[in-house]
Design a protein around this ligand. Structure first.
Ligand code: MN
Length: 258
């Protein structure tokens, strides 16, 4: 049987790449997001923000949507206030990803979201965020520890909800890496909590029951996704869901897996 390698859309970030002609605004995705997608059998398709009228054309071209980490979701989008600790907003990226996510969920394109992506998924569904988790939530100071994160040591424990889709993939995780200073506050429509930080209750994962694969995690599985780990299993499950979606919508078997 020939199966098509699923095409995984990954929205890009804006960076000044610099060049011999001077400042050069560019779109980038770090390799550590792309690598586990490829290892799990997906083909990354890097996405550039387009106007709302073109979002459906983007969706036509992908079998799964991977919402990656990055700068803060701009607080005014969810009714919050930007302040000096908020990272520089990129409204072009926010608006594109929100529209893309809403329409992806409408047509059951599988969605996997990490860190900022997990927060953006929540905002796309009408939820809100805590703007500074490390100071706004008591007992949550261990979520944003760059030193620990850069050393790839686990940062805090999580409690995965038994019976959730997430639990079915990763089981009882124990500990995760953590580098975030926003977090979900009010849940978006249709989302349920699938993991929490035990001490503070901060939401660490969400999913959307009944609508195809849709999982968001607050940690960074891509950084610790060695083959055989629970974190890599998330990528395998996501890519498998995208492959099923590809077959369900009748994509041609070009680029088929054997
Ligand atoms: Mn955390």
């Amino acid at each position: 049987m020939h199966r098509r390698r699923p095409l995984i859309g990954i929205p890009t970030a804006s960076r000044d790449a610099g060049s011999s002609i001077g400042p050069t605004p560019s779109r980038v995705v770090y390799d550590f997001y792309v690598d586990p997608v490829i290892s799990a059998g997906g083909v990354p398709i890097l996405l550039v923000p387009v106007c709302d009228q073109a979002v459906d054309a983007v969706l036509d071209a992908i079998d799964g949507l991977f919402l990656i980490g990055g700068e803060d979701v701009d607080p005014p989008i969810y009714g919050g206030e930007r302040d000096s600790r908020s990272k520089t907003p990129d409204r072009h990226r926010d608006d594109f990803e929100i529209e893309l996510t809403r329409r992806a969920l409408e047509v059951s394109v599988p969605v996997f979201a990490v860190c900022r992506g997990h927060q953006l998924l929540n905002v796309a569904l009408g939820g809100s965020l805590i703007t500074h988790v490390e100071t706004d939530i008591e007992g949550a100071g261990d979520h944003d520890d760059l030193e620990t994160f850069a050393g790839q040591r686990t940062s805090h424990s999580v409690s995965v909800v038994a019976g959730s889709d997430l639990f079915g993939i990763v089981g009882d995780l124990g500990v995760v890496n953590s580098l975030h200073h926003q977090a979900i506050d009010r849940l978006g429509k249709g989302l349920v909590v699938s993991a929490r930080h035990p001490r503070s209750g901060v939401i660490e994962a969400v999913e959307r029951p009944g609508g195809g694969f849709c999982i968001g995690v607050q940690w960074h599985p891509e950084m610790i996704a060695d083959a055989g780990t629970a974190h890599f299993a998330l990528f395998e499950a996501f890519v498998a869901a995208a492959e099923t979606y590809s077959a369900d919508i009748g994509r041609s078997p070009a680029g088929s897996l054997r």
